[in-house]
Design a protein. Sequence first.
Length: 293
Amino acid sequence: MSEDDSSPSPTQDASEKRRSWLDRISSAISGEPTTREDLVEILRDAHTDGLIEADTLRMMEGAIAVSGMSVADVMVPRSQMVVLALEDDFVDLMRQVVESGHSRFPVHGEDKDEILGILLAKDLLRGVVPGSPQVQVRELLRPAVLIPESKRLDVLLREFRQSRNHMAIVIDEYGGVAGLITIEDVLEEIVGEIDDEYDEAVDSSALIAAQADGQYLVNALTPIEDFNQRFGADFGDEEYDTIGGLVTAAIGHLPEAGEELTLGRFAFRVARADSRRLHALHVSVLAEPQQDA
């Protein structure tokens, strides 16, 4: 055999590369490397070598990240929750269900920290079918799953799958409602944002981005402290942490795209929102604070 014949072929190179990568993955699973960062680095090398696609890499990175996250990291905060009051009449409940676009709703008693159960929109529809017997909302409630803020996301996802529940109420250390989380919230951490055809594309890489028309596009999760620092504002952050929470509370309900509000010398218009949360705001800085009429 000649020297040229002994050189590896492209097929052999690819095979060796694949075996090398699989050996590294096997070592990671068996205990080496010892950190998530090392494992992610191996996966990125596999992508560079053309062994996995970019989308697959992102999902694998997301799955690894979820194992190190807690419910508090991704839950819908209390200020952005859509909840129903048990004492509301049937027509008001139906209106709130239709306006929100949700399929599941926490229902509370006189105290908003008293979550009585979860109401499914499809169960509520029984009351509008002609000939159906009169039903009480309390009879339609399904048990609410209560979880602590510290619960790990990977554990919660497993419990969601086993119990077939899609929503859980998050409780703070004092027993009050801190927020809620759905199976979709967890899955989005793995596969990315799950938008529908009505969602606008928003660059989430910057919390506050200046626009050509003089307005600003502000991520709803921008901390109030950061907003104040950027614009010289003095909004309080004792009750709400984010500018989205502040605006939602001022409007009085989970806003829809296009809704507007003026607070002091700032005009807010909802740029993007879905059935569960406010995502982005258009902000204009007014010359002087507007006075009430």
